[in-house]
Ligand binder design. Structure first.
Ligand SMILES: Cc1cc2nc3c(=O)[nH]c(=O)nc-3n(C[C@H](O)[C@H](O)[C@H](O)COP(=O)(O)OP(=O)(O)OC[C@H]3O[C@@H](n4cnc5c(N)ncnc54)[C@H](O)[C@@H]3O)c2cc1C
Length: 279
């Protein structure tokens, strides 16, 4: 019989992970669908009862989002406008049942190219905290997701939190998703942007696109081109096809490579125009 452990503290969970090979389970909304038609043979470490892993709090120079914070928790959290993009992504993840169970940590650890949480977190310059029995450390999100379904996590480690630095200037963010229908859909492509603005000009820009490469990518050429620009409704017009250079979309059942590139261009223009119109 497979084992099912549900510890209530992080230290118990880490001790169990150090002792034997266990599959970590949070909301189970990626794990269980991947097991349809297969025997449930894995020994499970369910982290959903560890209170310290859940919730969002102000930690001084950054915000700390616990790894088992659900999408519904995030939607209802009292957070400043820089989180609007992440909240918009949360509202588009499955339906309410999925948002109630699915966690931000599970979305990152599952490392799907179509994970809707990744672009807004890249645009927030997120770092992720990883713990094992020896202690904890944090790494930048782009160093955590190594490829399609591959992360930096070792078998004896847990993702414990996502850390979001506080912006230096007035900051806002946006997220947009393109799917084959409006709701309940795996993304064909999605885009997120965070702008920090001072005296009407862009001071900091972070723009990311997901589902158009094995791992969601920031667009450094575009980010550099946006610095110093007037932040108004024309901002979307700054985006050129060449700015999408880091993207390498594939053809698959959802869309062709060309459609994904066109979609990326349109969504990036849209999120920037929206952010510019707010200023
Ligand atoms: C009907 C449906 C619709 C969906 N729609 C969307 C969508 O629109 N957009 C989207 O991005 N996703 C969607 N998903 C996928 C899923 O809901 C999300 O990715 C969710 O955030 C996963 O979180 P979870 O807690 O359920 O992960 P789980 O299934 O519990 O875990 C996922 C993976 O992460 C590992 N893991 C989880 N937490 C940790 C941790 N703290 N430390 C180490 N490893 C960990 C697990 O071992 C597993 O490999 C959908 C799923 C379903 C079933």
């Amino acid at each position: 019989m497979p084992r099912y452990l549900r510890p209530t503290s992080q230290s118990e969970a880490l001790a169990a992970l150090a002792q034997s090979k266990l599959t970590v389970l949070a909301g189970g909304t990626d794990y269980y669908p991947s097991k349809v038609g297969k025997p449930l043979a894995d020994d499970i470490l369910d982290v959903s009862a560890i209170a310290s892993l859940r919730g969002v709090r102000d930690a001084g120079d950054h915000w700390r989002i616990g790894a088992t914070t659900t999408w519904s928790d995030l939607i209802s959290a009292d957070l400043p406008p820089v989180f609007d993009g992440l909240k918009a992504a949360a509202r588009e993840i499955g339906g309410v049942q999925i948002q109630n169970a699915g966690t931000i940590g599970g979305n990152l650890c599952n490392a799907s190219p179509a994970a809707d949480g990744v672009p807004p977190l890249l645009a927030l310059d997120a770092r992720v905290e990883i713990a094992d029995l020896g202690g904890s450390a944090n790494v930048a999100l782009p160093d955590f997701i190594l490829g399609n379904r591959r992360t930096l996590l070792r078998q004896d480690q847990l993702l414990t939190a996502i850390l979001i630095p506080k912006p230096a200037f007035t900051a806002r963010s946006r997220f947009a998703k393109l799917g084959a229908r409006r709701y309940l859909v795996v993304s064909i492509v999605m885009a997120a942007a965070t702008l920090e603005v001072d005296a009407g000009r862009v001071r900091v820009a972070r723009v990311a696109v997901g589902a158009a490469s094995a791992v969601a990518q920031r667009l450094p050429l575009l980010e550099a081109a946006l610095i110093g620009q007037d932040c108004d409704a024309n901002l979307g017009e700054q985006v050129q096809a060449g700015h999408l250079l880091p993207l390498a979309p594939i053809d698959d059942v959802r869309a062709s490579r060309e459609y994904r590139l066109d979609g990326s261009l349109a969504l990036v223009r849209r999120v920037l125009a929206d952010l510019g119109a707010l200023a």
